[in-house]
Design a protein around this ligand. Structure first.
Ligand code: 13P
Length: 339
């Protein structure tokens, strides 16, 4: 069992590949569909994910896909269940298992992620549906006097409890603490919040006996707030992110897969590329992007069955560029090459 977990974790961060996060909850996918003026119906959600997953050659750059509870139960137009379709392409199906970040009582402006109740049973069910890894997202907010130590601890504790249950069921946990980029703070504040969060997380994972070799970390890059006056450049973001990981992440972890968190698709690729060009720890530095992989595909598709091809070309192109960033061989000129 431990060997299987280690192998799956390694396969998810295989060379030149990363993860496609397609696990938007109902409110989030509704927001994304609004941007292209389509309604969030079950069939539209299925058709959109079908377009993404049937992209020819996707497996060249995508090792795994994170699904949402509805999606793992849906099928491609030819009737093949999505998890089976992905496996047949050599892509590992995964599942988001948290039930969302909720207000942390008595801690204004802070959140704690829910979903532990009944999680053992849900994990068993997801294994039956074909999932081989899981994801849980915690949200940490930067503001006046926050994040509090307690919010960081509460989220780290929940992440570790979740990770233990996921491993017990034989699925690799992707532990995702996201320090949000909302605000006008300087990059130092993000560094500090990220360092505190990751330190607490790895302490809790250790205390909960989670096998680090069968775990992946999904985290934010160290960035200036998105409304900051003077935002740190690409090299600075890469340096600070690699530094914080060096100070907090244990050597045994197979890899770190970044979220894009509202960066533009080009920025997310350039940052990952810059990190892979500098000396970093033993772990693979990869991607697990949602918006930064899907945004161009979503607008090219635009909910039109006649534009499936265009959506798929856009996804393939973005995946290829991020695949190149895995080895530091991305060049912004590749952006304009034919998809
Ligand atoms: P973004 O890359 O859009 O931040 O999404 C990744 C994700 O899975 C957030 O939980």
């Amino acid at each position: 069992m431990a060997d299987d977990l280690h192998q799956t974790a390694k396969a998810l961060v295989a060379p030149n590949k990363g993860i496609l996060a397609a696990d938007e909850s109902f409110p989030t996918i509704e927001k994304r569909f609004k941007s292209i003026s389509i309604e969030s119906t079950e069939e539209n959600r299925r058709a959109y994910r079908d377009m993404l997953f049937t992209t020819q050659g996707l497996e060249e750059f995508i090792s795994g896909v994170i699904l949402f509870d509805e999606t793992i139960r849906q099928s491609s137009s030819d009737g093949t269940p999505f998890p089976r379709l992905l496996e047949s392409k050599g892509i590992i199906p995964g599942i988001k298992v948290d039930t969302g970040a909720k207000d942390l009582a008595l801690f204004p402006e802070e959140k704690v992620t829910e979903g532990l109740d009944g999680l053992r049973g849900r994990c068993e069910e997801y294994v039956g549906l074909g999932a081989r890894f899981t994801k849980w997202r915690a949200v940490i907010t930067i503001g006046d006097d926050i994040p509090s130590d307690f919010c960081i601890l509460a989220n780290a504790h929940a992440l570790a409890r979740y990770a233990a249950l996921s491993q017990e069921a034989g699925m690799v946990p992707i532990v995702e603490p996201e320090v949000l980029m909302d605000g006008d703070h300087r990059i130092e504040r993000c560094y500090d919040a990220t360092a505190r969060t990751l330190t607490a997380l790895f302490e809790q994972l250790d205390a909960h006996r989670v096998d680090i070799k069968g775990t992946l970390l999904k985290t934010n890059m160290v960035l200036s707030g998105k409304d900051a006056a003077d935002r740190a450049g690409i090299e600075e973001v890469a340096r600070q992110t690699v530094k914080v990981l060096g100070e907090t992440v244990p050597d045994g972890l197979p890899g770190v897969v970044f979220l894009s968190g509202g960066q533009s698709d080009g920025e997310a690729t350039a940052h990952l590329n810059a990190m892979n060009q500098i000396d970093h720890g033993a772990w693979e530095l990869s991607f697990s992007y949602g918006r930064a992989l899907q945004a161009p595909a979503l607008s090219a598709w635009a909910g039109d069955a006649a534009k499936v091809d265009e959506g798929q070309k856009a996804l393939y192109h973005r995946s290829r560029l991020n695949g190149a960033a895995r080895t530091g061989s991305y060049d912004p000129r590749m952006e304009t090459e034919a998809a």
